[in-house]
Design a protein around this ligand. Structure first.
Ligand SMILES: [Zn+2]
Length: 413
């Protein structure tokens, strides 16, 4: 495969990129001549693929079954999901089929690496088995990481610790958690001790739903960061959502940031989901329910943006398009100054790669696996402004998806 005359994100000028045996072979400045057999990129932007750091593939594509969430709230989402499971028993082929539908959408939009949470308090373990099978079937085509996610809590579920151990024994990649949803603070703290002990035992990564609520007293993030710091596991740890940080007072947050920085943990935010589900307990003025993406980034911490849901009881829309998530995030977090816009694709690419600890297979460098996308735009500003199509997505040197951008004809202007 030979791509000629492309821009490469982060580099000046135009480039020719040759891939061989699934790897980047030669990356050379373009000289204006399209070599024989090469594809003319027409000065489009070539960059590493988009990374989806946080989704729940066990729930995707279930919106409307048996009925839609009429209020749009988190609590009606939970009850609707319960109805789904009792009227449509979760079965491996059905779960895999829905997950594949979502992954095809993501592939179309340039995603090649996906971290999915899987509810392991669902004691049938059908979702766990289905997604483990899918992870192995898709290996080399599109990469999946699985998080053992205790939707109903670890201490607050009968046998919750054993369910987490069972998932890790089956080969899950990450230990998950939900400390703010445990019955009491002591359970939340104990769950975090358990999560890190499990991560050490299984040499696994940690990815915790943390303080996903508007309660300014929900303060498990300080515990998560401290536990990660104690065990030097920060770079392999993700604090997901941390919505409550959007409600913390500034004096507390200033103190908190010291622990966050020292711990070296990573962050994930899902702005489309959070702005939809949070802020529901109040009238006006209404908070945004999204963590401090801008402040964390300016302080030098790593924040990746994800979708969380595609067409499920909690979030009814979504098409696997991270540019849409990014657009929402930069609006909510006042990240549309020119400097912000000129590097905004970091949030859905390299920052996600850092969360997933896949930097060894990620990046446009000779010798690395040929994982890249070609966007119908010239730089970050252009891509986010025009919502550019991913015209080509290549994983390990093989084409994963192709798209011909739509053209419009406007008359009489
Ligand atoms: Zn989630």
């Amino acid at each position: 495969m030979y791509i000629a005359n492309c821009r490469i994100r982060g580099r000046e000028g135009l480039w020719n990129v040759a891939c061989e045996n699934g790897k980047f072979d030669r990356i050379r400045p373009a000289d204006g001549i399209i070599p024989e057999g090469a594809t003319d990129a027409k000065e489009r932007l070539l960059m590493p693929p988009f990374v989806e750091p946080h989704i729940h593939l066990d729930c995707v594509m279930t919106a409307g079954i048996p009925h839609y969430n009429m209020s749009g709230t988190l609590f009606e989402g939970i009850s609707t999901w319960h109805e789904y499971k009792t009227t449509q028993p979760l079965l491996i082929p059905e779960i895999k089929d829905r997950a594949r539908q979502a992954l095809r959408l993501m592939a179309e939009h340039g995603v090649q690496f996906v971290r999915t949470h899987v509810d392991v308090t669902e004691t049938s373990f059908q979702s766990a088995k289905a997604l483990l099978e899918l992870r192995d079937e898709l290996k080399g085509i599109l990469e999946l990481q699985l998080v053992a996610f205790p939707q109903n809590g670890i201490l607050s579920t009968v046998g919750g610790k054993d369910l987490m151990i069972r998932a890790m024994d089956m080969g899950f990649d990450c230990v998950g958690g939900i400390p703010h949803f445990e019955f009491c603070r002591e359970y939340g703290v104990e769950s975090l001790d358990f999560i890190f002990a499990l991560a050490e035992k299984y040499d696994a990564m940690v990815d915790v739903h943390c303080d996903e609520m508007d309660d300014e007293q929900s303060r498990y993030l300080e515990v998560l960061a401290t536990k990660a710091w104690e065990r030097s596991l920060g770079p392999r740890t993700v604090a997901a959502h941390t919505c409550a940080m959007g409600s913390y007072n500034n004096a507390y947050t200033t103190k908190l940031f010291r622990a966050l920085l020292e711990s070296k943990i990573n962050f994930n935010s899902c702005p489309t989901e959070s702005v939809h589900l949070q802020g529901r307990a109040e009238n006006y003025p209404k908070r945004r329910g999204v963590t401090r993406i801008r402040e964390l980034t300016e302080a030098g911490m790593n924040v990746a943006l994800g979708q969380d849901s595609i067409a499920d009881p909690w979030y009814p829309i979504g098409v696997g398009d991270l540019l849409r998530v990014l657009e929402m995030g930069i609006h909510i977090e006042h990240l549309m100054g020119y400097k912000d816009l000129s590097k905004c694709l970091d949030f859905i690419s390299q920052n996600g790669a850092k969360n997933l600890c896949i930097e060894d297979v990620y990046g446009i460098e000779e010798g690395k696996p040929a994982n890249f996308i070609l966007l119908d735009g010239k730089d970050d500003y252009d891509v986010v402004r025009f919502h550019s199509a991913v015209v080509l997505s290549v994983h390990n040197g093989e084409i994963l998806s192709q798209k011909t951008p739509a053209t419009a004809v406007v008359h009489n202007i």
